[in-house]
Design a protein around this ligand. Structure first.
Ligand code: E4P
Length: 217
């Protein structure tokens, strides 16, 4: 399973990229707006920083508008993936982009039926939002599991990108469910790496080593 970082913040991207575990980045209009900078500049900097796919989302809600934005975004870098919402206009844009060889991420997916439409429209990725399903008392992990199974049975080429993940447990379960990609915020990457026994163990190793050095004189 590939790991993407869900942010538009360059400092966060540099921090996690330095671990050598990053396969790509996803952004959305809310994350981009938080940066308060020119969107195309932010995307260009992220694309230069990361050796992998970078999803940049359109904000038009009609197909022609989406395609015009996609044209500009694709001009920024080769690793830009055009993110479109899972609405009829987004599916039509996805199909047209796929037919020209562009890579796409169909986002805001909340049902297996929607995911099937994204696959049929030639999406590179489809993004089911787990956390937001949990937020409304539905089972986000059950949704992901079902989509992964449908895609396996049907042999769809579209990759399942588990999005809106909120915890390290989500990441482990997404991997078990067979997600191709998980995108997580920086906070979840930081939670994933931490374990109290790692810190206690390291502290003890270093203390024992110091004691040995002192005893040796
Ligand atoms: C993915 O592409 C989305 O940007 C993201 O995962 C949404 O997560 P949220 O529901 O925590 O905002």
């Amino acid at each position: 399973m590939k790991l993407f970082l869900d942010t538009a913040n360059l400092d966060e991207i540099r921090q996690i990229n330095a671990w050598g575990v990053l396969d790509g980045v996803t952004t959305n209009p809310s994350l981009a707006a938080k940066e308060g900078r020119e969107f195309s500049e932010v995307i260009a900097e992220i694309c230069a920083e990361v050796d992998g796919d970078v999803s940049a989302e359109v904000v038009a809600t009609d197909t022609e508008g989406m395609l015009a934005e996609a044209d500009e975004l694709r001009g920024i870098a080769d690793n830009v993936v055009i993110k479109v919402p899972l609405i009829p206009a987004g599916l039509a844009a996805c199909r047209r982009l796929a037919d020209t060889g562009a890579r796409t991420n169909v986002t805001l997916c909340f049902s297996p039926a929607q995911a099937i439409l994204a696959a049929k429209a030639g999406a590179t990725y489809v993004s089911p939002f787990l956390g937001r399903m949990d937020d409304i008392s539905n089972d986000g992990m059950a949704l992901l599991t079902e989509i992964c199974e449908v895609f396996r049975v049907q042999g769809y080429a579209t990759e399942v990108l588990a999005a809106s993940l909120r915890s390290p447990q989500h990441v482990g379960q997404a991997a078990l469910a067979g997600a191709d990609v998980a995108t997580l915020p920086t906070s979840v990457f930081n939670q994933m790496v931490k374990h109290p026994l790692t810190d206690i163990g390291l502290e003890r190793f270093l203390a024992d080593w110091q004691a040995y050095l002192q005893a040796r004189g």
